[in-house]
Design a protein around this ligand. Structure first.
Ligand SMILES: *Cc1c(COP(=O)(O)O)cnc(C)c1O
Length: 425
């Protein structure tokens, strides 16, 4: 289903996106004809600093679980900024630079996207302003320092610097922010600043396209290992790392050659795929973005303050949403304690401390590996390790001291929020 213009509610054209995004990514977003889009040489040159990332057979984890399954993970935590986000940040900064853009804006929740874009902006000589969700700005000061070290300007959102921010602060002075609000602020700044474009680190098609480098490499690496995955797993915020590792494998399902299962692992406290509805909704709180046909909890959904900040988004990418609706993939919800239990087992057995986001994928992989233990099946499981958790040790501290809790979300909470968006289209 097509994205719709938020004003006219007519199907969106690439040109409709030009005032917000640079032209090349706008065209990529709406591209329905090209199966392959070449990676520019300047982008490849930057990729060479950290790619190809390792594909690792998790022998230690297999042994710790006592499973006959073969578990592999693609290690995106080795990028200079510690997550997969850099793959798209480099591409987006490059396209902006090439089109003569001088300033870019964005939002960040946990700070991973902001960190990646700060480095990419510096590499291509762009000035960057980042709206950072206020609660993260206060709770994750090191992420802010990382962005500032790369030379970015970081603003806590909601802020008084935009109409969207002022409106929310007037209504709710103590509001601790959300990704939706930060997106509204960043888009507003991009539209009111000359030669300035907005960028987004997840959800949209072009972001997921850039992330398919993960799955393309993994496909070649699995071939070198002489195996093919029965199950591919990614954690799920807006869908870019999940789509990035899944789509290159999924095309073989679509052509009938393979029958791989694909599992998106989302937090139980922000369960758009497992408990949301499929309908048109805005990507941001203020309603500036196009209307996207997606699984959503409602654009004004305010998720619990879990540590996996990168997974606290109300909606899901359009392609992933359609794939889920058509039963070409599955979704699993994981609560916070199960994610950290999985992180601890993974850290002890593989030596890498995973990001709280990635731990949802690990937890899903462990569930599947434990099923193999019961049935004796030697399934091949591949998951994406989207990032490391070395800047998330405050979260681990809470977990280790027993202070971490699960957040229950009742059906009434979900229904109440969804009722607010029923009549959008
Ligand atoms: C941002 C982030 C995610 C979630 O975003 P997706 O677009 O769903 O991939 C997952 N893991 C890490 C480490 C992140 O930084």
């Amino acid at each position: 289903m097509p994205p719709l213009h938020p004003g006219t509610k007519q199907p969106l054209k690439a040109e409709d996106l030009y005032p917000i995004f640079c032209e090349e990514v706008s065209r990529q977003e709406m591209n329905e004809t090209d199966a392959w889009i070449e990676i520019p040489e300047e982008v490849r040159e930057m990729y060479r600093n950290y790619r190809c990332t390792p594909l690792v057979r998790a022998y230690g984890l297999e042994k710790a679980l006592g499973t006959p399954a073969h578990i592999y993970f693609k290690n995106e935590s080795v990028s200079p900024v510690g997550s997969h986000k850099l793959n798209s940040a480099i591409a987006q900064a490059y396209y902006c630079k090439k089109e003569g853009v001088t300033n870019i804006t964005t939002e960040t929740g946990a700070g991973q996207w902001g960190a990646a874009l700060s480095y990419a902006a510096k590499a291509f000589g762009l000035d960057l302003a980042v709206y950072m969700v206020k609660i993260s700005y206060e709770q994750k000061p090191y992420r802010r320092s990382i962005m500032q070290t790369y030379g970015a300007q970081v603003i806590a959102s909601p802020s008084m610097s935009t109409k969207a921010g002022r409106k929310i602060l007037t209504e709710t002075p103590n509001y601790t922010g959300s990704l939706g609000t930060a997106i509204s602020e960043a888009i507003e700044l991009a539209q009111s600043t000359p030669n300035c474009k907005y960028t987004l680190g997840s959800v949209l098609n072009h972001v997921t396209l850039h992330q398919t480098i993960i799955g393309q490499e993994a496909e070649k690496q699995m071939e070198m290992a002489g195996e093919y995955p029965d199950i591919v797993i990614g954690c799920f915020g807006g869908g870019s790392n999940f789509g990035g590792i899944s789509f290159p494998f999924m095309r073989h399902n679509l052509s009938g050659e393979r029958n791989t299962r694909f599992i998106a692992a989302e937090p139980a406290s922000c369960p758009k795929l497992t408990r949301g509805v499929f309908q048109y909704d805005f990507g941001d709180e203020a309603g500036y973005t196009p209307l996207l046909p997606m699984f959503t909890l409602g654009h004004n959904f305010s998720p619990a303050n879990i540590h996996a900040g990168g997974l606290r988004y109300h909606g899901a990418g359009v392609i992933v949403s359609q794939l889920l609706k058509d039963n070409l993939m599955e979704a699993m919800d994981i609560n916070q304690l199960e994610a950290f239990d999985a992180a601890k087992i993974f850290a002890e057995s593989e030596g890498i401390i995973p990001a709280p986001e990635s731990s949802h994928a690990i937890a899903a992989a462990i569930r599947e590996a434990n099923k193999c233990k019961e049935t004796g099946e030697k399934k091949v499981i591949l998951f994406n390790l989207s990032g490391h958790g070395l800047i998330d040790m405050a979260a681990y501290d809470q977990y280790l001291s027993g202070d971490l809790t699960n957040y229950a979300l009742t059906d009434e909470d979900i229904a109440e929020n969804l009722a607010k968006i029923e009549k959008i289209i």
